[in-house]
Design a protein around this ligand. Structure first.
Ligand SMILES: Cc1cc2nc3c(=O)[nH]c(=O)nc-3n(C[C@H](O)[C@H](O)[C@H](O)COP(=O)(O)OP(=O)(O)OC[C@H]3O[C@@H](n4cnc5c(N)ncnc54)[C@H](O)[C@@H]3O)c2cc1C
Length: 427
């Protein structure tokens, strides 16, 4: 074996890259991870809530030492008009939900320390400029004027895999498959204050997902998570619809912070962090090739993020794809794996997380073409609730009449029913 050639070079120290590096290092493989941020976690933005099955798959029971924030025990779905909301809420104290609110920076910093302890070499503050390609095979990377060689390069660059794109190895990012996300973090004086705001027992977590007037008819949604002593509030907007609306995203974000149904979660908190980032949401039919000669691609770079409106999941898929990439190399044994061996990574994904993507393959198209979801239905829900609880000088309106009047507000009830049925199937 050539001492100067790593078994693998991983580009990017996010969830995907660190998972691949950790897994390879624990199997005794020589792995170099290069991250352009000053630390792992410095450049990452997420909502976020992570489903812990992925952390368990990576770390076994030790995942419980990971610096996650709160276990989600209260779920709230909100339909928003300009000023009001109808919410559906569940308090899942008995169910084992196994999802946790997280802040990316501490979690990724911890994961990086774990990977280093396992033997991975991590270089931060360095950008990989290009791939070394010889005779059509990826053999390493160029960074900071150095040429670094590896049997395999694992691309975990995040949503914009420019290195692979420049070499023509992956399809160009389609704007229709991309949303734009913005997020604020508000810190509170104590964790008790966050308990009180979300109405949860001490230390329990809450997740609020909403859609409606805040995005002004554009396909998108809002999220609000209870962290230990802070609250994450943000939105995800379809990039094409947002561009067509001509509205600055800062205005939309401002409307989000001022909405009465959401402001109650952040009022009194100190704004300590904010940022914006792209979110992949194209779904199964937009996914790229997952491997080639000398390379694999994981996480957001491979389009492995699923937006179903009421959940966004990218972190757990990033971890799982990092594991799958590492396991493909571990199973292949020492030396340079052939392109055919590396294609086994796609088969692993196919038997694993891609089942979720296949099951929801029409979801993105349905949500992006059903604008009533973000305008008509929230308004209808709010008006109906207002009518049900209205008491005035006139005689009471029977529930049936209230619901009938609501149904008549729909322009084409039969078509609406058909559309909703289609949505239920695709989501
Ligand atoms: C607003 C928002 C809300 C979200 N909410 C959720 C949620 O609640 N739950 C959930 O599961 N997912 C959520 N996601 C999606 C989730 O954050 C991503 O799917 C996940 O972070 C992807 O991880 P990754 O490792 O693939 O990419 P990233 O986390 O983006 O990591 C890529 C890393 O590569 C580095 N890098 C890039 N290029 C280079 C280079 N040339 N050289 C060196 N380093 C490089 C970057 O600095 C970065 O650290 C959300 C995303 C956004 C934006």
């Amino acid at each position: 074996m050539d001492e100067d050639v790593f078994d693998a070079i991983v580009v990017g120290g996010g969830f995907a890259g660190l998972s691949a590096a950790y897994r390879l290092a624990t199997a005794g493989r020589s792995v170099l991870l290069i991250e352009r941020g000053s630390t792992c976690g410095a450049k990452n933005l997420t909502g976020g809530r992570i489903y812990s099955h992925a952390l368990r798959a990576l770390l076994g029971d030790r995942w419980q030492e990971a610096p996650v924030q709160r276990e989600v025990k209260r779920e709230v779905l909100a339909l928003l008009t300009e000023t009001d909301a109808v919410t559906v809420e569940s308090t899942l104290t008995s169910a084992q939900q196994e999802s946790y609110t997280v802040l990316a920076t501490p979690l990724l910093g911890w994961l990086a320390a774990e990977a280093e302890q396992a033997g991975a070499m991590i270089v931060t503050g360095t950008t990989v400029d290009s791939l070394i390609v010889r005779d059509g095979r990826v053999c390493g990377v160029r960074a900071d004027g150095d040429e670094l060689e590896a049997d395999v390069v694992i691309d975990c660059e995040g949503i914009n895999p420019l290195l692979l794109e420049r070499e023509g190895l992956i399809r160009r990012l389609d704007p229709h498959a991309v949303a734009v996300g913005a997020k604020y973090v508000y810190r509170f004086g104590s964790s008790e204050e966050v308990d009180r705001i979300f109405g949860v027992r001490p230390g329990e977590g809450a997740a609020v997902l909403g859609m409606g007037a805040v995005t002004q008819g554009v396909f998108g949604g809002v999220f609000c998570y209870a962290n230990t002593d802070s609250v994450s509030l943000g939105l995800v907007l379809d990039s094409v619809g947002w561009k067509a609306s001509g509205r600055p995203i800062l205005d939309t974000a401002q409307a989000l912070r001022e909405h009465p149904a959401l402001a109650r979660y952040v009022d009194g908190g100190e704004l300590v962090e904010y940022g914006a980032h792209l979110v992949y949401e194209g779904g199964y039919d937009t996914l790229p090739a997952f491997s080639g000669d000398g390379w694999l691609v994981c996480g957001d770079a491979a389009g492995l993020c699923l937006n179903r409106g009421f959940t966004i999941r990218g972190m757990d898929y990033a971890v799982l794809s990092g594991i799958a990439a590492a396991d493909t190399l571990i199973e292949a044994g020492p030396g340079r794996p052939s392109a055919q061996t590396l294609a086994g990574y796609g088969d692993r994904l196919d038997r694993g997380l891609l089942r979720d993507f296949r099951a929801t393959r029409g979801a993105h198209d349905w949500m992006s073409s059903t604008t009533d979801l973000f305008t008509v239905y929230p308004r209808l829900a709010v008006d109906t609730m207002a009518a049900l609880y209205h008491v005035g000088p006139e005689p009471l309106t029977p529930v049936g009449t209230t619901l009938w009047r609501a149904a008549r507000q729909l322009r084409k009830p039969v078509r609406t029913a058909r559309t909703l049925l289609k949505g239920v199937r695709t989501l």
